[in-house]
Design a protein around this ligand. Structure first.
Ligand code: E4P
Length: 217
């Protein structure tokens, strides 16, 4: 499973990228607001920093305007994926922009039928939002499973980019189901390394080591 980082914070991306943990980046208007940066400038910096796809989201609602914004965002760097909302106009824009050879990430997906439409419109990535479904007492992971089944049934090449990931268990479940990509905030990715038994074991080893009176260096 590929790891995308869901942030527009350069320092956080760089730290994970140096460890080889970053296969791509996703941003959205809320994350751009949080960064306090200009969308074009920060997207260019991120795209220069990482090798993989960097999603940059349009904000227009009509297909023609989405296409114009998408072309402008795609011109920032060759590894930009234009992020479009899963609306009827978004699907129209997806068809045009993917037909022009741009990577397209169709976002705000909350049903398997929406995901089916995105694949038919030529999306490179479909972004089902797990956490936001969990927030309203639905099971976001059921959606990932349904999309996996449907895409496999018909051989769609659109990649499932599991989004709105809030916990390490979300990451594990996505990997079990076979999501192609997951995008998570840097804190969640770093938490994947933590286990209380690792901390406890390390503490015991260090106490015993002290008793030996030895040094390695
Ligand atoms: C993905 O592309 C979205 O930017 C993101 O995962 C949304 O996550 P949230 O529901 O935690 O805001």
């Amino acid at each position: 499973m590929k790891f995308f980082v869901d942030t527009a914070e350069i320092a956080a991306i760089a730290e994970l990228n140096d460890l080889g943990m970053v296969d791509g980046v996703t941003t959205n208007p809320s994350l751009i607001l949080k960064s306090g940066r200009d969308i074009i400038e920060v997207t260019r910096e991120i795209a220069e920093l990482v090798d993989g796809p960097v999603s940059a989201e349009v904000v227009a609602l009509q297909a023609d305007a989405m296409i114009a914004e998408g072309r402008k965002l795609a011109a920032i760097a060759p590894n930009i994926a234009v992020k479009l909302p899963l609306t009827w106009d978004g699907l129209k824009a997806c068809k045009v922009l993917s037909g022009e050879g741009f990577m397209v990430n169709v976002t705000l997906c909350f049903s398997a039928n929406q995901a089916l439409l995105a694949a038919k419109a030529g999306a490179t990535f479909i972004s089902p939002f797990i956490g936001r479904l969990d927030d309203i007492n639905l099971d976001g992971m059921d959606l990932i499973e349904d999309i996996r089944t449907i895409y496999d049934n018909y051989g769609f090449e659109t990649q499932i980019l599991a989004a709105s990931i809030r916990s390490v268990n979300h990451v594990l479940d996505c990997a079990r189901i076979g999501a192609d990509v997951m995008t998570a905030p840097p804190e969640v990715i770093k938490k994947l390394a933590s286990h209380p038994l690792t901390d406890k074991g390390l503490e015991t080893f260090l106490k015993d080591w002290e008793k030996t009176g030895q040094k390695i260096l």
